[in-house]
Design a protein around this ligand. Sequence first.
Ligand SMILES: [Zn+2]
Length: 287
Amino acid sequence: MATKVTNPRTLPEAEIGVIGGSGFYSFLDDVTEVQVDTPYGPPSDSLFFGELAGRRVAFLPRHGRGHHLPPHRINYRANLWALRSAGVRQVLGPCAVGGLRPEYGPGTLLVPDQFVDRTKSRAQTYFDGLPLPDGSVPNVVHVSPADPYCPAGRKAALKAARGKDWEPVDGGTLVVVEGPRFSTRAESRWHAAMGWSVVGMTGHPEAILARELELCYTSLTLVTDLDAGAEAGEGVSHEEVLKVFAANVDRLRTVLFDAVAQLPANEDRRCSCGSALGGLDTGIVLP
Ligand SMILES: [Zn+2]
């Protein structure tokens, strides 16, 4: 059982963040649950602090406990801000996706190297020129998501999967749709025809907000179904997604935990994620 702390004067420290369901931390010993607030409001849920392979990890249930937040209503800015406030500098973001190619059937693990944003209504920057509650005003800053995922994190995820005899797909494009509805057949065929690999609802703006906070971010996508245009069947159902996810959550957890163990110490990062802002004056102090 988690020890619950409300309004701590100082947060427990973590170095790595995992944004995903409660299935990833619920069996850990000595988990501390901490409610955190941010200038952007509360995150999806408490942060759950635990230790894995000697690393301090903060887990955050992306959809909240009981999965009550649909993808378009998740407070992505609060989620990433809360993790950074806790000391997190490297984030792993597992999520369920639909496969856009027949060969990417249920159970496929794909570690994307690109995303395409087809969302519509989400706050996707910290640097929008609007004042924060403390009166500070973020400058308008443009960061590059040309290569949106951390190379070191991707390497750790791929190595961890291979170590579990779960041959991952190395690279591919995650197209992120607004949801909560799934795609029409026409949309799905279009996504596939563009050469994109998998489709999901939560990969954006998570990755770009992490970049804006100079965090390493790695997406691990688990295919739970073939998207409507990639098969001749009835299209995807929510039940089907949950069933395949449940069947794979144990091995996804073991891969995540091995990936955590293989990530470099925050001070030893050699990727460029930690300098994504290039020393620009953002007008706000990152936590
Ligand atoms: Zn990185």
